[in-house]
Design a protein around this ligand. Structure first.
Ligand code: 2AL
Length: 261
């Protein structure tokens, strides 16, 4: 099956890092196609960055080879529900996938993320995903996203120290890594901490395989139905749903990419 992993930020090195993680966990017959957003912020660390990243995500879903599933690889899950509207192929967000995975492994988890403002954003996600009963606390490290790309930075040590605090002070039984750019740290942290450390990139890829493998597709009878055709004005005219729908072909939407080829 073909899984397209979309990095909603424009930093290609981060896409490669996440692609490495995805390919390590993917089944032998899964093909992981990587896409770096062609518009928007170099890193997503606020509501504004996030809102403006959504068009880049949409572009990657409506353009290129149709995939059996899509992974939105940023911990804010930018545009997740909008993306689910424009395709019937399952779309997974790394935050939602990681939180669900953690609930299978422990009755409580804490999230360790990047900046203080993204901590607050992750708290919103915990509430919108109904994870309040499972998430003990969201912890910020004040490590900027792009600092994760710098091998000389103290980011790893700072993240480890925050995970230790989550175990000691929150009594967290599992850790969820609160940035897709941390995906290469999960194994090392898990070994050092001695508890499950969940990376959303790996979780989303494995859930995508499971959902597609079960023959399941996104429901098109409610709010995730294809967007209503209408005109959009100004700079967003090209995103008008009629144009999107033309690009996606409703007839084919119910079949997998493997079936279509
Ligand atoms: C992220 C992420 O995963 N990628 C990005 O650019 N920003 N999220 C975060 N909490 O820092």
């Amino acid at each position: 099956m073909l899984i397209k992993l979309i990095n909603p930020n424009t930093t290609a090195a981060m896409t490669e890092l996440m692609g490495h993680t995805a390919r390590k966990v993917a089944a032998a017959d899964s093909e992981i196609v990587l896409a770096t957003s062609r518009s928007g912020a170099a890193s997503i660390e606020g509501h504004y960055d996030e809102a403006l990243s959504v068009m880049g995500v949409i572009d990657e879903i409506r353009g290129g080879v149709p995939a059996d599933a899509y992974v939105i690889a940023c911990f804010g899950d930018p545009g997740l529900l909008a993306a689910r509207e424009i395709t019937a192929s399952p779309v997974l967000g790394v935050a939602e996938a990681a939180m669900h995975a953690a609930t299978f492994l422990a009755t409580s988890f804490s999230i360790v993320t990047t900046l203080e403002r993204t901590r607050i954003m992750s708290e919103h996600l915990v509430r919108s995903y109904g994870m309040q009963n499972h998430c003990r606390r969201v912890r910020a490290t004040d490590v900027p996203v792009l600092e994760l790309e710098n091998p000389d930075s103290s980011a790893r040590a700072v993240i480890f120290a925050e995970c230790e605090k989550a175990v000691r002070d929150d009594q967290a039984e599992a850790i969820v890594l609160g940035c897709a750019g941390m995906s290469n740290l999960a194994k090392h942290l898990q070994e050092r901490l001695g508890l499950p450390v969940v990376d959303g990139v790996a979780a989303a890829v494995k859930f995508a395989e499971a959902i597609v493998g079960m023959g399941l597709r996104t429901s098109k009878i409610g709010d995730l139905a294809f967007p209503l055709p209408k005109s959009y004005a100004g700079k967003l005219a090209e995103y008008a749903p009629a144009a999107l729908v033309r690009g996606i072909d409703h007839q084919l939407a119910g079949r997998t990419a493997a079936e279509r080829s």
